[in-house]
Design a protein around this ligand. Structure first.
Ligand SMILES: O=C(O)CCC(=O)C(=O)O
Ligand SMILES: [Fe+2]
Length: 339
């Protein structure tokens, strides 16, 4: 018998995260395509998270991105500081450990309070935006040396591959909702997204013992439409269950964890969930936990788009829970509260 397109990645405490064979959507016959699309949508409606296997980005590409990322973070601090993150509008560049506090707050005071309780996030990151954006330039390492050139070339290429996956996942959501498959294409074709390389430095297990609330990345939901997350084998990512407990989202090799963000939840009139998640001490006991790397590709609707309830997600004008909002303005407002 053929393996089913949908199995389970996480099933605990009422948190059900499906593991979906994305190839069944991309190349299956009409019936398989539709049933897989429905399973993808259903994952976003119930837990807000899915895992995709057999996705179109080759494992070797993902490995190379991790390798380039590790080399990048090994650069001396002054080189990284020369590429520093500047403004929420640009949202590009290097953030030193402790700078950003991802949290589910709209308000700066609340972010500051979380920073005191959970400790600063134990991570550094590097953000890359659409390279062809005429308003904002990416911050690249020195392009006169080979290593800097290779890094840029690879990241621009990887960005494009993620952009394709974004378009395809949104097509699955459209089909699952009973819309025309390409309904979201005019919202995804620009690729106004952010590729974020993340490094959680080696950390003593003591640190987590001294402060029971210490985390590697604080609880938050993502801001945009969907996030493609590539994680290494360390573990530590947790997703909030419907009962309000954090459950391990254990790494599965060669999969992408995809979660819905706040703007998609709003767009879908809350028929889709943007679920809180965080990164904590890895589950495997150790005196010193090694560095953890992850790669997040934050997908957004094209920045110039007006985001108003998706047809079919509400009954008449009364059922509409939110005002329409411009994609860029919404995202900048959320980023402004975090940094
Ligand atoms: O590093 C991870 O696994 C998660 C990162 C994350 O949730 C984020 O950057 O929004
Ligand atoms: Fe996140």
């Amino acid at each position: 018998m053929a393996t089913p397109a949908v199995t389970s990645a996480v099933s605990s405490d009422n948190l059900e995260i499906p593991l979906i064979d994305f190839n069944a959507f991309l190349t299956g016959d009409a019936a398989t395509k539709t049933s897989t699309a429905k399973a993808i949508l259903s994952g976003f409606q119930t837990s807000g998270f899915i895992y995709l296997k057999n996705h179109p980005i080759p494992p070797s590409e993902v490995r190379q991105t991790f390798a380039e990322s590790a080399k990048f973070f090994q650069r001396p601090r002054e080189q990284k500081d020369a590429m520093a993150w500047t403004t929420p509008e640009a949202n590009r560049g290097y953030s030193e450990p402790g700078l950003e506090k991802v949290a589910d707050y709209m308000d700066r005071d609340d972010v500051a309070k979380a920073r005191e309780e959970e400790g600063a996030d134990l991570k550094e990151s590097f953000e890359i935006g659409r390279e062809s954006d005429r308003d904002y330039a990416n911050h690249w390492p020195d392009q006169s040396d080979e290593e800097g050139k290779r890094f840029k070339e690879h990241m621009v290429h990887f960005f494009d591959q993620c952009k394709e996956v974004h378009m395809q996942v949104m097509r699955a959501i459209a089909l699952g909702m009973g819309l025309e498959e390409k309904w979201f294409d005019p919202y995804t074709d620009k690729g106004d997204c952010t590729l974020r390389l993340l490094h959680y430095p080696e950390v003593k297990s003591e640190v987590f013992k001294q402060n029971r609330n210490q985390v590697r990345a604080g609880a938050h939901s993502d801001y945009g439409s969907i996030t493609l997350l590539f994680q290494d084998a360390c573990g530590g990512l947790q997703v909030m269950s419907p009962n309000g407990n954090f459950i391990d989202a254990t790494p599965i090799a060669d999969t992408i964890v995809v979660n819905a963000g706040d703007l998609l939840a709003r767009w879908a009139n809350d028929t889709i969930k943007s679920t809180k998640h965080r990164v904590v001490e890895p589950p495997r006991p150790a005196d010193v936990h090694p560095s953890r790397y992850s790669i997040a590709y934050f997908c957004n609707p094209n920045y110039d788009k007006f985001i108003d309830a998706i047809p079919g997600t509400y009954d008449g004008a009364k059922g509409r829970k939110y005002e329409g909002v411009n994609s860029f303005e919404y995202l900048v407002q959320r980023l402004t509260a975090t940094y």
